[in-house]
Design a protein around this ligand. Structure first.
Ligand code: COS
Length: 382
């Protein structure tokens, strides 16, 4: 937790300046070269971006959820690929250890994640198991003081570069209760990385298959040293991750609104700036109102989480609304830019492709609907 408002404002100002002065000018190059320049990664490390959510005692900044979403609003104002490189260390790549790990596991791994020395990744999805996570088939068989992992995981964000993986694998019978979460170091023999996937957008952020072939993992690397808890750990990690992604969606939407407004003021048609035409104004207004609603709901849910309340339903509401919202905002941004929105020079078409992922990863919109409705029914019945 940041102790006073002034320090928090300073952090937000620093990040906002970094986004404006360093990241936005590098967007096109990153998209072209499909890689985040090393000097930028280094600056991110120095600013503490790899350890935003990791407590200070383990070397991070220890931000509350509210503080973290405020940072994500700022980071969202540039290409999502920049966030992706440190996003897993704050979210899906570290939270399992932080939420359910033993003290020893936390001390061993969290400081190296917070500093960015290690990149973290999260292995839940498999070729045949996506939304129905509880039916995953990757096996972990006990063999003395090790488990032997076999199976393939798919679309693993930061898979090509990660030094540590949280891997959900089956140690018991069918269903959620048979799943355990393991910490697997990147150089463990039998952990094989597939070729980076070719994707629709977010160039500079990489995913790949992670294949386990008789990969021997020490038994002491089961998160929390308890079998059968892995599914719940994964779900809790995703609750937090979904709020973070929602905040990034808000940031991207605000960026696209800013770009659209600037263009609409500069661009003249029928003798006046298109910003003075009501049909353009309607699109700007719809985007503004939706982004404002999204910002407000994310902040509210984050505060609830900071109060110690369970926010599975609220996080799902945020993820559903914010990711769909930014899709609509990106679509309007292309429309306001007209032909310029469709060609690469303005970067709008790049964002249009980039934001498509938000409606899919960390749970599709349809999964969020299921989570929301189930919670509603459960609450009403109890
Ligand atoms: N926090 C804590 N525990 C949770 C939880 C949460 N958010 N969600 C579920 N659980 C618990 C349940 O309480 C249940 O525990 P008990 O057996 O003790 O009652 C257990 O986990 C199983 O839950 P459930 O029966 O709801 O599991 P389902 O198989 O029906 O699946 C969904 C639930 C669909 C919500 C889940 O599979 C899901 O989120 N899928 C999407 C996965 C995803 O987001 N993938 C994206 C890629 S990962 S980046």
């Amino acid at each position: 937790m940041i102790r006073d408002q002034e320090t928090l404002n300073q952090l937000l100002d620093t990040i906002s300046r970094f986004v404006r002065e360093r990241l936005i000018p590098a967007e096109e190059r990153v998209a072209e070269e499909d890689v985040i320049p090393e000097d930028i990664v280094q600056e991110m490390k120095e600013m503490g971006l790899f350890g935003l959510s990791i407590p200070e005692e383990y070397g991070g900044l220890g931000l509350t959820m509210e503080e973290e979403v405020l940072v994500a609003f700022e980071i969202g104002k540039t290409s999502p690929a920049f966030r992706s490189i440190f996003g897993t260390n704050n979210g899906i790549g570290s939270q399992g250890i932080l939420l359910d790990g033993t003290e020893e596991q936390k001390r061993k791994y969290l400081p190296r994640l917070a500093s960015g020395e290690l990149i973290g990744a999260f292995c839940l999805t498999a070729p045949d198991v996506g939304s129905d996570a509880a039916s995953l088939k990757t096996r972990a068989e006990r063999d003395g003081d090790h488990y032997v992992l076999n199976g393939t995981k798919r679309f693993i964000t930061n898979g090509p570069i990660a030094g540590i993986f949280t891997v959900m694998a089956r140690t018991g019978g069918e269903g959620a209760g048979g799943i355990s979460a393991f910490i697997v170091e990147g150089d463990t023999p039998g952990l094989i990385r597939g070729k980076p996937d070719r994707k629709m957008g977010q160039r500079g952020a990489h995913t790949c298959d992670i294949i386990f072939e008789n990969c021997r993992v020490p038994a002491e690397n089961i998160i929390g040293l308890k079998e059968g808890q892995g599914f719940k750990t994964a779900m809790k990690v995703l609750d937090r991750g979904r709020l973070h992604i929602s905040a990034v969606c808000v940031g991207v939407a605000e960026r696209l609104i800013e770009d659209s407004l600037r263009y609409a003021i500069e661009r003249r048609q029928f003798g006046k700036p298109i910003a003075e035409h009501q049909l353009i104004q309607a699109m700007l207004a719809d985007s503004k109102a939706e982004a404002y609603a999204a910002r407000s709901m994310v902040l509210e849910a984050a505060r609830k989480m900071d109060n110690g309340e369970r926010v599975s339903m609220e996080a799902a509401c945020c993820k559903m609304f914010c990711s769909e919202m930014v899709g609509r905002v990106a679509d309007r941004a292309v429309q306001i830019h007209g032909g310029a929105g469709y060609i690469a020079d303005y970067g709008i078409e790049r964002f249009y492709r980039d934001v498509r992922l938000f409606r899919i990863y960390e749970g599709t919109t349809q999964i969020q609907q299921i989570v929301i409705a189930r919670n509603m029914v459960r609450e009403a019945q109890s």
